[in-house]
Design a protein around this ligand. Structure first.
Ligand code: NAD
Length: 299
């Protein structure tokens, strides 16, 4: 069993760290939010008062942070992981960030003598709790082999996607597709109801037809058909709309860099921008249903 330093104990990091503890690993955790650290301690983890303390004797360092700037700060900043971790430690960043930052941080880690992987995840908070996440992992094959048993304590599908940054490349493609499917579903449910259909009827047919997708059967944006979806708890996140907007911007940035046409991704980014700008960024990304389905103003 490994000594693991875990930084970032939010919606995803907290249940992921809890699963590592359940698997018998010794997890020392740190988050900027003291309550998150206290909660880890209640689950059998060791609380740390700083990132430096969390990683001091770690064989494996795992980070689950909001975005690229936090990842740069935690790895490259003063008292950052690269300056403080044991050289033998394997570094695994599970955050969803831009490909350039992932490659820059992995390059700096390699120069400092570390093995590092980018290992973003798919499966949402439910997957994090159930240890059924999908990990898409970029980095060298030996580091991947070393990480696999650790990742298996938190996920069910662990895929080596190629060199550093490739995990992030897969992740932004996946999330762009997820956003497009979610918006498509919201449009279909809005149209269906305006045509007189009950949401459950539409769900029963589409979930067995060619329009079926995970956003429908695993995360239905309309209250009712899928009891575990955020729609049934007033769209409490889950995966926030602000996070989805971040990922859509990453996808647009990457698409621009390689001249890939992504008109649907661009439309999804614009819609989520409007949704977040109206003050809804903290809600689950499926709450965009309320934005799309809201009654048209009377003229
Ligand atoms: P979150 O905001 O709930 O958690 C991030 C945590 O990092 C917070 O608790 C925050 O306090 C902490 N943090 C920020 N800066 C820090 C620092 N310098 N030192 C220590 N802690 C710091 O976010 P989340 O939903 O857990 O998502 C984390 C990452 O996983 C994001 O990149 C997101 O895009 C990705 N992701 C999320 C989901 C989901 O369903 N929530 C699914 C897949 C991937």
């Amino acid at each position: 069993m490994a000594a693991i330093g875990f930084i970032g104990l939010g919606n995803m990091g907290a249940p992921m760290a809890a699963n590592l503890i359940k698997a018998g690993h010794q997890v020392t955790g740190y988050d900027l939010v003291p309550a998150a650290v206290a909660s880890l301690a209640e689950k059998g983890g060791r609380p740390a008062a700083s990132a430096t303390e969390a990683i001091a004797s770690a064989e494996i360092v795992i980070t689950m942070l909001p975005a690229g700037p936090q990842v740069r700060e935690v790895y490259l900043g003063n008292s950052g992981v690269l300056g403080r971790a044991k050289r033998s430690a394997l570094l695994i960043d599970c955050s969803t960030i831009d490909v350039d930052t992932a490659r820059a941080v992995a390059g700096a880690a390699q120069e400092a003598g570390f093995d590092m992987l980018d290992a973003p995840v798919s499966g949402g908070t439910a997957g994090a709790v159930a240890a059924t996440l999908t990990f898409m992992v970029g980095g060298e094959a030996p580091a991947f082999a070393r990480a696999r048993p650790i990742l298996e304590a938190m996920g069910r599908t662990i895929v080596h996607t190629g060199p550093a940054g490739n995990g992030q490349a897969v992740k932004i493609c996946n999330n762009m597709l997820l956003a497009v499917s979610m918006i498509g579903l919201c449009e279909a449910f809005t149209l269906g109801q305006k045509l007189g259909l009950a949401p459950q009827t539409l769900f029963d047919v589409v979930s067995k037809s060619t329009g079926q997708c995970w956003a429908l059967t695993g995360y239905c944006p309309v209250p009712g058909p899928v009891p575990s979806s955020p729609a049934n708890r007033d769209y409490a996140a889950g995966f926030t709309a602000a996070m989805m907007l971040k990922d859509l911007r990453l996808a647009q940035q990457a698409a621009g860099a390689v001249a890939a046409p992504t008109p649907m991704g661009a439309a999804a980014a614009a819609l989520y921008q409007l949704f977040v700008d109206e003050g809804s960024g903290r809600f689950d990304f499926s709450a965009i249903y309320r934005f799309i389905a809201k009654p048209a103003p009377k003229i």
